[in-house]
Design a protein around this ligand. Structure first.
Ligand code: NAD
Length: 477
């Protein structure tokens, strides 16, 4: 039912026998080991670097149509084995199967979108001020890329980076999370079967700090893309700076949600309750800090608490599971820290607030009210199923509360007032803003943050631009 875990280097799958001993992968719903993951050593990383450089020489000048056709084929292969892919994801990451299906579908659609968009990479010509001269502006692939993906979206995060890099004509080495390796392996299998030339995409697992340092400092690598926490992102930017390398950084969020007194209340509750507990809150664009107009705040907290108390916790493989386990034991410990701080700061836990069961990493969906602004839940990214609610009275106060953190990935607001919406568009300091919707992540739209949430976009035309350099040719005859 689970994946056969292997590295993918220079067009070959490398299993336990050939690679170094690695680590156990566990099912977060049970804590049981489900597979052994091989690690790459320095030698394998060097092999991958050399292959990436070799492959770039031909892939970067392959026709966009050829690249597109391989990406499309890979997408179709993944579609054909969707049931298996969903099982792999739920087993290693914990999210319910219905969410796994939605993530895989999104990942496949990104492959399809990049396959098409890669055919539309255009340049331009500029009439020169000099006689008999043209300036030609070209968009050329950056070079071999090293990309690092986390455990919360084990298919979507690799898909975004791999498909955009390949569509732009770059080669790519992926270091995927060792905690959720199976989905990245499955993507490599699809690319391999679709006929991707050796070395164009490769997959490594192993100690994060060792691999990232070797890859980022390697002269072969031209660009780095990372999704993960802000502290690690800053560290990797430091390494990239040594070689003056381009970076795309998708770091933590801490999304504010502003619920105004004039909103469609039932729609807001329905949308936000589903979104908050999706993937047990382990989503960088998850609604995190809830500011609700004082006329609605108490009712909102109560309704959310009723919803949370009614969610069935269980293995994501069971059909009636509303929320799965957290992805690892660290997240459960982190939730307990947030709750201890909430108690210390005088908050009221309306529902949840504790772990559940003796096996797996389950934490009850939680709603907390009565906290001051310096509580951890309003300061740090919780990245879990805890929903804090605070009342506000004026638009200015709501905007100030929303902008009161260093992160700036997503933000959300619910209002029927166009004037309010306009104020928010201009004054909320995030890379993405959903007004009466949570739909900020689609294949065709740019996805990215500002401030401590990082820089650069994935998705949309901007996502491809991240893998392209602008080159000027001045041609005189
Ligand atoms: P962490 O900071 O240890 O790791 C975050 C991610 O970076 C993981 O995927 C990890 O494998 C990777 N990583 C760690 N050290 C690395 C290194 N030296 N080089 C390359 N990659 C490295 O934290 P964690 O416990 O795994 O996750 C907790 C926090 O991370 C969350 O609170 C959240 O803020 C953040 N996070 C964000 C996202 C996102 O989608 N932006 C995803 C996962 C985690």
């Amino acid at each position: 039912m689970y994946a056969n875990l292997e590295l993918y280097i220079d067009g070959r799958f490398v299993g336990k026998d050939a690679a170094r001993a690695g680590e156990a992968v566990t099912d977060p719903a049970t804590g049981q080991t489900i597979a052994e993951l091989p690690h790459a050593g320095e030698v394998e990383v060097d092999e991958a670097l050399a292959a990436s450089k070799r492959a770039f020489a031909s892939w970067s000048i392959a026709s966009p149509l050829e690249r597109s056709s391989i990406l499309r084929k890979a997408a179709q292969i993944m579609r054909d084995r969707l049931d298996h892919l969903c099982n792999v994801m739920t087993l290693e990451q914990g999210k319910p199967l219905v969410e796994a299906r939605s993530e895989w579908t999104h990942a496949i659609e990104i492959f399809e979108w990049c396959a098409e968009e890669g055919r539309r990479v255009y340049g331009r010509t500029i009439r020169s001020r000099f006689p008999s001269t043209e300036h030609i502006v070209m968009q050329v692939p950056v070079g071999p890329c090293a990309v690092f993906t986390p455990w919360n979206f084990p298919a979507l995060c690799p898909a975004r980076k791999i498909s955009a890099a390949l569509a732009a004509g770059c080669t790519v080495i992926v270091r995927a999370s060792s905690e959720t390796p199976g989905c990245a392996v499955e993507i490599m299998r699809a690319l391999h079967e679709a006929g991707l030339p050796a070395g164009c995409a490769q997959l490594l697992f192993g100690p994060a700090s060792q691999l990232s340092e070797q890859l980022i400092l390697a002269p072969e690598i031209a660009k780095i893309s990372f999704t993960g926490s802000t502290p690690i992102g800053k560290h990797l930017m430091g390494l990239a700076a040594k070689g003056a390398k381009r970076t795309t950084m998708e770091l933590g969020g801490n999304a504010p949600v502003l619920v105004f007194g004039d909103c469609d209340y039932d729609a807001a509750i329905a949308t936000l309750s589903g979104a908050k507990f999706r993937n047990a809150g382990q989503v960088c664009v998850s609604p995190a800090r809830f500011f609700v107009h004082e006329s609605l705040a108490e009712r909102f907290a109560r309704d959310m608490a009723d919803y949370a108390a009614g969610l069935r916790l269980g293995s994501g493989l069971e059909a009636d599971t509303g929320m799965g386990p957290l992805a690892n034991a660290r997240r459960v410990d982190a939730m307990e820290e947030f709750i201890a701080d909430a108690h210390a700061k005088g908050g009221t836990v309306l529902t949840g607030g504790k772990r559940e069961g003796n096996a797996g990493h389950f934490f009850r969906p939680t709603v907390v009210s009565g906290l001051p602004t310096d509580a951890m839940l309003f300061r740090d990214e919780c990245f879990g199923p805890i929903l804090p609610v605070m009342p506000f009275s004026t638009l200015d106060e709501a905007i100030e509360l929303a902008n009161n953190v260093d992160a700036g990935l997503a933000g959300y607001a619910f209002t029927r007032d166009l004037g309010t919406a306009r104020q928010l568009m201009n004054r909320i300091e995030t890379g993405m803003l959903g007004i009466n919707t949570m739909a900020v992540s689609t294949p065709e739209a740019p996805f990215g943050g500002v401030g401590e949430s990082g820089h650069g976009s994935e998705g949309g035309t901007e996502g491809l631009q991240a893998y392209l350099d602008t080159k000027l040719v001045s041609l005189a005859s």
